[in-house]
Design a protein around this ligand. Structure first.
Ligand code: SAM
Ligand code: SF4
Length: 328
């Protein structure tokens, strides 16, 4: 099992399939993009499947989420999902995506064994979408959402980040739009994980503000079921069954219940989004390590997990890698 010294067990694995992206969300990447990882440094599809196999079969991982960068840009995605769906015990398989290209691949992904999808969409307005992502791809995301629903990747979940003065006026509209379609919306507080290091606490829209914006139109009641390790606090909207979640990583961190472990596209294990160190599984794997040795390295990486991300700590250091290179 993947345990740490605070008694937590990691059962939820985030696998980044690429650091590249076809959008340039202002809270994530600079306009010119980043220095992408070189192809030989990326794990191959087979290497990814091997490491996921070790995690699921030997280390107690029960849920695998593919992310990036933009995971739909990875040519082998469907094959990787299919291979992971054959594992015993069968893990839950999900995908976090910006939705571009999902219209073409949703059915194949579903058939390969994908269980769920989270699509990121911050606005209903194509112009605001361009301001936020620097690309004119709003319709592609809407088409991707519709395709995910049609393919049975339900319930479709939406992730939204609010930026002050850009899209925060849309909070209630986004929720109304999702409720109409049966999509589950989760707002994510903006975190200090952008490559440009432009995050500033005073301009971040906090969970409290998000809830106030929603309460101006809806009645929110805390969802009775326990939050468990889920990062989102959830509310029933107008008595239910519609719900909304808020992931308040900055103002209400959930580190004490964290059950995550992360694998980057270049084969590094991270025990936290905000970790400043990594454990190199790729070099071990390519030097001939067997599964037991890889599992031992992964266990040791998680054992060293800190109590919390420490964003509020005056000593807090933003990790060197941005979110897009870690896997969000
Ligand atoms: N490209 C995919 C997408 O956008 O869904 C997957 C990777 S992206 C890094 C994963 C999630 O992280 C997205 O929902 C995105 O909105 C969110 N995200 C990116 N940068 C963020 C930041 N600085 N703070 C909070 N969330 C962020
Ligand atoms: Fe790309 Fe996702 Fe980052 Fe936006 S948030 S730039 S879609 S990786």
């Amino acid at each position: 099992m993947l345990l740490d010294t605070f008694g937590r067990q990691a059962v939820d694995l985030r696998v980044s399939l690429t650091d590249r992206c076809n959008l340039r969300c202002t809270y994530c990447m600079p306009e010119e993009g980043l220095q992408w990882l070189a192809k030989p440094d990326l794990l191959t599809d087979e290497e990814i499947v091997r490491l996921v196999t070790v995690a699921v079969r030997d280390l107690g991982v029960r849920e695998v989420r593919f992310t990036g960068g933009e995971p739909l840009l990875r040519p082998g995605l469907v094959a990787v999902v299919a291979a992971c769906s054959e594992l015993e015990p069968r893990p839950e398989l999900s995908l976090t995506t910006n939705g571009i290209g999902l219209a073409r691949t949703a059915t194949a992904l579903r058939e390969a064994g994908l269980d769920r999808v989270n699509v990121s969409l911050d606005t209903l307005d194509p112009e605001v979408f361009h301001t936020l992502t620097r690309r004119h791809r709003h319709q592609d995301v809407l088409d991707g959402l519709a395709a995910a629903e049609a393919a049975g990747l339900a319930p479709v979940k939406l992730n939204a980040v609010l930026m002050r003065g850009v899209n925060d006026h849309e909070a209630a509209d986004l929720l109304a739009w999702c409720l109409e379609r049966g999509y589950e919306l989760r707002f994510i507080e903006q975190m200090p994980l952008d490559a440009q290091h432009g995050w500033d606490r005073s301009s971040m829209v906090t969970a409290t503000e998000i809830l106030d914006l929603l309460r101006a139109r809806f009645t929110l009641t805390p969802e009775p079921s326990a939050r468990g390790a889920a990062p989102a606090e959830r509310w029933l909207v107008d008595g239910g069954p519609g719900r909304v979640g808020v992931i308040a990583s900055v103002t209400r961190p959930f580190c004490r219940a964290c059950d995550r472990t992360r694998l980057t596209a270049d084969g590094q294990v991270r025990n936290c989004l905000f970790a400043t160190g990594e454990t190199d599984l790729r070099t071990a794997l390519r030097s001939g390590a067997d599964d037991a040795e890889l599992a031992a390295l992964w266990r040791a990486a998680m054992w060293g997990k800190k109590a919390g991300a420490g964003i509020d700590d005056p000593e807090f250091l933003q990790p060197e890698r941005p979110m897009s290179a870690i896997g969000g």
